[in-house]
Design a protein around this ligand. Sequence first.
Ligand code: PMV
Length: 321
Amino acid sequence: MKSSTAIAHPNFALIKYWGKSNISGNIPAMSSLAITLNTMTSETTVSFPNNLEQDTWILNGVEQTSLGQIQSPCDYLKKISLINQPYLIESTNNFPTAAGLASSASGIASLVTALDSALETKLSSQQMVEVAILGSGSAARSLFSGFVHLEVIEDNLKCATILEADEWPLNVIVCVTSTNRKTISSRQGMEISKTTSPIYKDWVNNHQEDIKLAIQAIEAKNFHQLGKIAEQNCLKMHKVMKTSQPPIDYWNPATYACVKNVKDMQKKGIPVFFTIDAGPQVKIICEPDVSKDVMSVMENLPGLKSIIKSNLGRGARIIHE
Ligand code: PMV
């Protein structure tokens, strides 16, 4: 039996999903559109040690008491594989886990890629999307490079790159405002919002228009239009969160300070925009020629834990087997 190692990077949604239409299949209630990075790496190795009695998952050096979020994708692959031996999954993230930096997306994308190879299941690209979604609604996007559209029509999923990273090489500056694990997981938060936010229905119903405008902006490489719709969509999602009961508020004072800095830069004509996911981190997207200036503005901001600069990059891939 061979061991396999895969890597994947986080992806950040510019048009986000927040809410599930089907809990058991973990199906997002709406489409989403994201960019895959080329830094911040999740690496997963699947192997078959001789003395292993049951499937085991070690995350960042710590043996997990259960397979948790990766149980469903593991079950799916195991069912169709001819290999029936317990496996060891060793995953590491070289950046904070479960802190709003999309570690579950990159982690699960690397996991399903490594498992598919080790278990010799030879999944099609469509099957990989479906398996990744079982683990995390955003994970399928990290299988793909550049600008990625995850289209959801009822229970049917389609995921694809709509523009390659080198066709529009934007930069992403990740402002880490806290490295703590988030107190409410995305999965829990989405259910709370779906059942309690008075604006959840509008959020779902008006979502497709945002997707359409963002795709147009990407196709035309229109930075201003993309930034405008991405910021609006992000703020709408956080409004849905904040109007939930209990309210879900991932922002901290440094999050607000980062957003203010981005708005100030925009007023000076600098091509930047921000997006924020289920966590307090601010992701700033900019044209490469201003990234140095943006970095130096942000480096002077008190309260930031770290700043990570990234380009857009490749999808999940095997690095060793
Ligand atoms: O699929 P999850 O559980 O990683 O949740 C993703 C939620 C957001 O990051 C807020 C939105 C998105 O589309 O990535």
